[in-house]
Design a protein around this ligand. Structure first.
Ligand code: NAD
Ligand code: MG
Length: 385
């Protein structure tokens, strides 16, 4: 029996995690569930799983949560501090499935209590990779990837042979606009951007997939998760999303992990690790898939890839600025304040205008994040004006 806390329990990854946990009531017991303000879904999940505590990050939603949980025996709490507290209730596995840098402090709280952090929230690791890895080592915590590509690499990479790994090949679906000409990209709408061909995901990561910033963030994520240098990580567009990523060893052997595009597989891998657990969902039928295609990514049409690689190589505060500016730009795009092509432009402008010292603590990372957001918001206003 493992105890589990799910941060961001009402989102796409959160509900997939709940699905697995609820199918295996003898294997998992829920400690805490959190959400931003999705009270009905959160309260319902907390009642079903008999969670000890349910938390809304947005404190104004706490009265509604209290009401929804009345008589259930589930404790209700609200506010950012309460989310971080919920992350530190001693669960064996804490699933970090909050979207954005908002998930960083709770993810760190889970790391600081030791135990296992199953990380979907890539923005946290992109912004605070060094700080987070240092905390993992200091507190004897275990960091397991949930992102499908990183789960694939984790499954193929034998850490005993770390110095025999020559390359990581990160696969990318290419998103909904992989075949779209640059000239036709200006008119892309939020509705088109969130309609991903292979995966059903939250709005923010769907837009990131459409700009390929998602792959840029994953490049930085891979650098922090695995013992390789930035130039050893290669991105290959693979439109079928069947091979979730690969590891090449010095003898030329390439190991790949395959499966249908269903997040429940990498989530299950992290939940059950070092064991395995069954998942529902379609099995891979290679005959039906028929063919696997590969092509080089196009940094002309997807400049976010170049921006992310440059931020990774420059290091310091650059990845945190990249991430913060992207979060602001994606939110502005989803509200139709800016166009699709302006997302990467705002990220580039923000990076160009801000070069703080390398943050060496969680608070310093959060300061960089806050300042970069304010600058990016200015850039958005410049473009709207
Ligand atoms: P989502 O938008 O569907 O869900 C986000 C969750 O976080 C919700 O429970 C929401 O209530 C909560 N939340 C939002 N803002 C918050 C805040 N300020 N404070 C506290 N909680 C907040 O997102 P998702 O698609 O499930 O993605 C979650 C994370 O997992 C992201 O970092 C994403 O990049 C990563 N990820 C997602 C997928 C996927 O298939 N959806 C795959 C790989 C990685
Ligand atoms: Mg991914």
């Amino acid at each position: 029996m493992k105890t589990v806390t799910i941060l961001g329990a009402t989102g796409s990854v959160g509900t997939s995690t709940l699905d697995l946990v609820e199918r295996a009531p003898d294997e998992f017991r829920v400690v805490a569930l959190t959400a931003n303000c999705d009270v009905a879904r959160l309260a319902d999940a907390a009642r079903r799983t008999r969670a000890q505590r349910a938390v809304v990050a947005d404190e104004t939603c706490l009265p509604a949560l209290r009401e929804a949980l009345a008589g259930s025996g589930v404790e209700a709490a609200g506010g950012d501090a309460a989310v971080a507290e919920a992350a530190a209730m001693g669960a064996d596995v804490t699933v970090a499935a909050i979207v954005g840098c908002a998930g960083l402090r709770p993810a760190m709280a889970a790391v600081e209590q030791g135990g296992t952090l199953a990380l979907a929230n890539k923005e946290a690791l992109v912004s605070a990779g060094d700080v987070m890895n240092a905390a993992v080592a200091r507190h004897g915590a275990t960091l397991l990837p949930v992102d499908s590509e990183h789960s694939a690499i984790f499954q193929c990479l034998d850490t005993k042979l770390a110095d025999r790994v020559s390359r990581i090949i990160l696969t990318a679906s290419g998103g909904p606009f992989r075949d779209r000409a640059l000239a036709d990209m200006r008119a892309i709408t939020p509705a088109q951007a969130v309609a991903h061909p292979n995966w059903s995901m939250g709005a923010k990561i769907s837009v990131d997939s459409a700009t390929m910033m998602n792959k840029g963030l994953e490049l930085i994520e891979a650098f922090h998760l695995f013992p390789v240098a930035a130039e050893q990580i290669e991105i290959v567009v693979h439109r079928q999303s069947v091979i979730h990523s690969m590891v090449e060893y010095v003898d030329g052997s390439v190991l790949a992990q395959l499966g249908t595009p269903d997040m429940r597989t990498p989530i299950a891998c992290a939940l059950a690790w070092p064991d395995r657990m069954p998942t529902p969902g379609e099995r891979l039928d290679l005959v039906r898939v028929g063919r696997l295609d590969f092509e080089a990514p196009d940094e002309q049409r997807f400049p976010a890839l170049r921006l992310a690689r440059e931020a990774l190589v420059a290091g310091g505060a650059r990845p945190a600025i990249l991430n913060a500016a992207n979060e602001v730009a994606v939110a502005a795009f989803l509200k139709e304040r800016i166009g699709y092509l302006e997302i990467a432009a705002i990220v580039a402008d923000t990076l160009a205008g801000f070069d703080p010292a390398s943050p060496s603590s969680l608070d310093a990372v959060l300061d960089v994040d806050r300042e970069a957001r304010a600058l990016a918001e200015e850039r958005v206003k410049d473009r709207v004006a």
